[in-house]
Structures are given as structure tokens and as C-alpha cells.
Design a protein around this ligand. Sequence first.
Ligand SMILES: Cc1ncc(COP(=O)(O)O)c(C=O)c1O
Length: 371
Amino acid sequence: MIYADNAATTKLDDDALNAMLPFLRDQYGNASQPYSFSRSAKKALKEARETIASCISANPEQILFTSCGTESDNWVIKELALSHSASWRVAVSEIEHHAILNPCKQLEGLGYKVDYLGVDDKGIVDCAEIIKLETAPNLVSIMFANNEIGSIEPIKDLCRVAHKRESLFHSDAVQAIGHLKIDVQDLDVDFLSASAHKFNGPKGVGFLYAKNPNLLSPFICGGAQEYGLRAGTENIASIVGMSVALKKNCEEIEKNKCHLQDLEHALLHELYNAGLNFVRNGAENHIPGNISLSFKDFEGEALLHRLDLMGISVSTGSACDSKNIQVSHVLKAIGLDKEYTKGTIRITFGKGNTIDEAMAIADALKKIHDV
Ligand SMILES: Cc1ncc(COP(=O)(O)O)c(C=O)c1O
């Protein structure tokens, strides 16, 4: 089996798993309790928060644990708007994940105004998109890197322009964190969303960075966890696993990047040499290992199933979109030629993939093409 859908989810890192096990087995105390049995849980929670904060140059008090990237996104997009009047305006890019776009739709249903910022043919948002908005939004949200085509947005510039208009700035960094160096102080973002299962951590846990957590209203009301902003007994094992996975990936960013670039080159070299009719989507500056290809002579869905029968897992778009047979909103937004849109697959390598696997995928694509 070859797994090449790492933008959908990644394999749990062994060190992360080993760090989680004690909290699932023996040290199961509730971190909110004062007795000594809970001490290790409380300590682990504190250390995980510190580790995660240091990976992105934040302060520990600015890290709020959530259940996933979707929750972090909803908190900023929806909850922030709902805690203000309907005059609150949001601006997001056209190519955001549905974890951003669907809360925006909900807000529109409630009478809020949302502006959608266009992208160029590589999926990049230009700062001019923010400048030309007639009314300054209260919040601008632009993803760090796109999940379908891998393009990395100029977040620092976009954030600076948003701030000039006195807008808060959020970035959905779910695809970027653990794969690219992120320094929230240097970027000056107000909020940033992350999800552990995209960087070899466990599923069901994520976090939200908030420069000033006081700007947020409580997302889940109940106990005093997460400074009273997100109640619910903390998922210690997963939070610990997330911190170990993030630290490890951040320490290995350059090494992993080189390896993933080698895999990309190996695959693409084979495909170009074979003379297959395809275009590669996305910007030169993209998430390492993210390869979105659109073939003229193929149908993406059929291609995915043929590859699956050959033991290869790739995706047609984002995992959350794969049941949706319409052309993806991202491919529409970049204006991809209609002849190519239907034949799109996304191959996303992870740090565990090998050159042999990249060559095997290229061989499989060539074989399917030749039939
Ligand atoms: C860019 C982006 N944002 C948000 C999400 C949702 O993350 P989660 O699966 O942790 O809810 C995804 C998942 O694919 C994503 O790619």
C-alpha cells in the first residue's frame, strides 16, 4: 500500500504515540483537580502549551486547545462575529477550506456581510484585494497554504495591509504548521488555527493561537478550562501527542522539506518524460510534497479508483470535498481550463514516503494512461 494523501491526514508519529500512552493508561487524572494524582496531567498540560507556544514564537497564554482545525476556524469566524452586531464584516479568500467558508455562509444567513477575495491563477491573494474593499472588514481571514493546490499565501504582507485598515487578521494554518516555519510575532497575525493530525499528531485535537485571547468570547461554556473560553475536561493524551509531534516536525522542517522536494522531482520528472498531457496547479512557493495535477485525458474520480485498485491512495481534491463531485471551488477560482478540471488528482507526500513510492505512483499513472 502506498499512502500519498498526507494533506487529508498523516500517520501518528511513534514518539507522539509513546508520549500519549501513559495518559491513556495510568495517569488519567483530571487536570483541573487539586490532588496529587492529577499533578502529572496538570504538568503535562502546562508543558505541552509551552512547547507548542515556543514552536510558533507565541506565549503559552496565547495557545487555546480545541478539538480540531474546524473548531479553531469556527471560533474565530463565527463566534467572534456573533459576539458583535450584524454590522461586523468578514473578508475571506475564495479558496478557503469549508471550515471557513461554511461558517461564513451561516453568518450571511444571519445578515452579516462577507467579502470574498479573489486569487490569481496560482491561487495567491494580492494585497490589493484588501485595499480595494469599499468598507474595511473587522476581520480578514486568509489561509496560510491551500489544502488542494499547496500555494503559500503572502501572510505577512496581507496581515500588514489588513492592520492598516484596522482589521483583525486570522490565518487558517492547518496545512502549514509543522511543515513551514511559522513565527506569529514576526507575522503579527491576531489568530491562527492548527490541527494536530496534519502534522503527525493525533486526530481530534488542535489549537487556536490568539494574540489577545480577551478578544474572544467563550466558544464552549461550562467549566473554567482554557481560561474559561473553551470549557470541557482537557484531552491530555492528545494534547501531549500534539506537542511532541509539532516539536519534532518543527525541528525537522528543513530535512523533511528536502526529502519531500526530492519525491516531487522524482515523480514529476517521470511524468514529464512520459509525455503525459497534464498541468501542475499551484504556486512555485508551495507546501513541500503537495502536487495537484490536472490531466486532460483522465477523469479524476476514475483515476483515483484505478490507483486505489493498484494499492495507491491519493485524493481528487480535499478529503472533505471528495464526496462532492462538483468541480472544486479552488480550481474554479484559479480559472483552470475546463478541459483539465475533471482530471484533477492531489498527491501529497509525507515524511514517511520514499523515492520508490514516488516512482511507483509515476509508473501507475503511466500504465493507466497507456491503457
Ligand atoms: C486548510 C484546512 N483548514 C481546516 C481543515 C479542517 O481541519 P480538521 O480536520 O482538523 O477539522 C482542513 C482539513 O483538511 C484544512 O485542510
